[in-house]
Design a protein around this ligand. Structure first.
Ligand code: GRF
Length: 214
C-alpha cells in the first residue's frame, strides 16, 4: 500500500525536516508511514535543502526576495502585489505536488489567504510547528520571548506545539502540545536546546496524527 505523501516547507537549518526524514526512513522510532515528496524552502541558502538532497528528496526554492526584486521599497502597493503573487505561486507549486499534507517545519513566513484559500479549497491540510504553548508568544522569536518570560518569573512553563494552520498566525487548533518547566537562571542556549529536542519529537507525532485524521 502506498504511503501518503507530505510536502515540507522550510526556511533554515531544517533540523525538524531531518526529524521527519529520519522517521520516514525508520531510523528513529516511532517510524512515520509517509514519504516526503518535496521540500520547498523560502531561502536558497537553507541548510535544510542539503538535508533534503542527501535524502534524495526533490527541492524547490521559493524566495520572497525574488518577487521583491526590482520593486522599490517605498512602492507599498507594488510590494503588496509582489507578496500576494508569492503566495499565489506557492499555492500552485504546493498543489502541483498533490501532497496529502503540508508540514511547516521551521517556515518563517506568514501564509496569507492567497495561499490558504486555494490549498484549503483543494482540502489539503496544513500543520505548523510553533515553539511555544497554545495562546502564548504567537509570531517570531517565540523561543527567546518565552525564555525571557520564564527568567522573569512570569511563566513557569514553556514548550512547543503542532497546530493546524488557519489565517490567524499560530492560532490554529493544536494537535500536539509538549510543555517543559522553565529553570531559573538557565541560559537561553540551554533552553533552546531543550526546545529543539522537543520539536523533533512533536513534529513526527503531529504529522502522524494529521495523516491519521485524513
Ligand atoms: C525552530 O525553532 C522552529 O520552531 C522555528 O524555526 C526553528 C528552526 O527550525 N520556526 P529548523 O531547525 O529549521 O527545523
Amino acid at each position: 500500500m502506498a504511503v501518503p505523501e507530505i510536502l515540507v516547507l522550510i526556511s533554515g537549518n531544517g533540523s525538524n525536516l531531518q526529524a521527519l526524514i529520519d522517521a520516514c526512513a525508520g531510523k528513529t522510532q516511532p517510524a512515520l508511514a509517509a514519504r516526503i515528496t518535496r521540500v520547498v524552502s523560502s531561502s536558497a541558502t537553507a541548510y535544510g535543502l542539503e538535508r533534503a538532497a542527501a535524502a534524495g528528496i526533490a527541492t524547490t526554492v521559493h524566495a520572497l526576495g525574488d518577487y521583491y526584486a526590482g520593486v522599490p521599497a517605498e512602492d507599498k502597493a507594488a510590494r503588496r502585489a509582489a507578496r500576494k503573487q508569492f503566495n499565489v505561486d506557492l499555492a500552485a507549486l504546493v498543489l502541483a505536488a498533490k501532497p496529502a499534507l503540508v508540514v511547516c517545519a521551521g517556515w518563517m513566513l506568514i501564509l496569507s489567504p492567497s495561499f490558504l484559500e486555494p490549498v484549503g479549497a483543494a482540502q489539503v491540510p496544513i500543520i505548523n510547528l510553533h515553539p511555544a504553548l497554545p495562546g502564548a508568544f504567537s509570531g517570531i522569536n517565540a523561543i527567546e520571548r518565552a525564555w525571557a518570560a520564564g527568567q522573569a518569573g512570569d511563566i513557569a512553563q514553556g514548550g512547543v506545539m503542532i497546530h493546524r494552520v488557519i489565517r490567524e498566525v499560530d492560532e490554529g487548533a493544536p494537535l500536539v502540545v509538549k510543555a517543559i518547566e522553565m529553570v531559573a537562571g538557565e541560559p537561553l542556549e540551554a533552553y533552546e536546546r531543550r526546545v529543539h529536542a522537543l520539536e523533533h519529537t512533536a513534529i513526527v507525532e503531529g504529522t502522524a496524527l494529521a495523516l491519521a485524521a485524513l
